[in-house]
Design a protein. Structure first.
Lengths: 205, 205
């Protein structure tokens, strides 16, 4: 048995280690990743082609927890809501992955299946292709921004002396409420889905 | 004249150099920042107390370009729209600052004035304090998510062979359109503002 102490490399292990680095420092390099996995850079290259592929692996890792519901066309809003909520919950745990993965073209197949499902739901709602792409993008942007909000500190804003009474009252009313981020995400998602439904002449919210 | 070759340190110079590091690598350390400014770490500490303060400086740097409109209460949607659009445009240029700054409590006074203005606009619309905080957060999340979308590559998704016809048609309809991100942001913002207006019984969209 040669080198029994060397850990076995696998695609999930690489994705997990890269995600851990991104969670901690906002990015990763291949030498750092090799070090974290206790392997040489050349061993890494036996499994992945490079940085781009590792980003897609991390994306897949974050997306694979989403369960895709069976689409009932008349309940398209429910489908989008279920997918969006799981998507939000998963990225809330990895906020620093967000700007990294939005700066690369989506190629990961697990992730593409999520967008397939969203496209099918919006098509069922009656959205033409261009409006469907806009609807997907609006939902996507809101999910990612809300995931960052969910990862924010309990005190998002610290008002100073000049703060307006309107802002101070808003902060005092609910900034430190438990489940603040989730409630706000759910309300925003509902508003967006209802609003999107209104833009399609053939369906009603 | 002692040490004439040493550049003068200033708060704006520190903010600018830190932002440059974050744009490039997603984060910064104080030693890296000192090196970029060609000063010692102790010189840096003569101007800033530490990492937290530098993050607030970067936030202020990104927010200072926003011009705050004079609020006409019956045109509150217009005010929010103007602020949101400039906010989005500024963060589109610094996507990697986004998760860094959402993970720290907002203390920067330039930034707090932007939230004052949003709170005043939503108060004018008739939102009670708690709903006002939710409205601010929903808009904020959508702006930041959309700024990430604006910074994404022209080809956001690369469909694979299994991709659904609904998704493929959506991609073909407009993925590489000029101004795609701006148009989608504007549509989403309109939908959210109209939807929020509907949640206030005393006003109409």
């Amino acid at each position: 048995m040669a080198r029994p102490s060397q850990p076995k490399l696998s695609i999930p292990a690489i994705a997990k280690a890269a995600l851990k680095l991104v969670d901690a420092q906002g990015d990763f390099t291949l030498p750092q990743l090799a070090k974290a996995l206790k392997v040489s850079a050349s061993s890494l290259y036996n499994h992945v082609q490079g940085r781009d592929e590792i980003i897609e692996l991390m994306r897949g890792q974050a997306m694979q927890v989403i369960s895709l519901p069976h689409l009932e066309p008349e309940k398209w809003q429910e489908s989008v809501q279920l997918i969006a909520t799981e998507y939000w919950a998963s990225y809330s745990k990895h906020p620093r992955l967000i700007p990294l993965m939005t700066s690369y073209t989506v190629r990961d197949s697990t992730t593409l299946r999520v967008y397939d499902a969203l496209a099918e739901a919006f098509a069922a709602a009656g959205f033409a292709p261009k409006q469907r792409l806009q609807a997907i993008t609006i939902i996507d942007s809101f999910i990612l921004g809300s995931a960052l909000d969910a990862a924010a500190p309990a005190e998002v804003w610290l008002a100073d002396e000049q703060a307006s009474p309107e802002f101070k009252a808003a902060l005092e009313s609910g900034q430190n409420t438990e489940d603040r981020a989730r409630q706000t995400f759910e309300l925003g998602l509902e508003i967006i889905l209802d609003g999107l439904a209104r833009t399609v002449p053939t369906t009603r919210a």
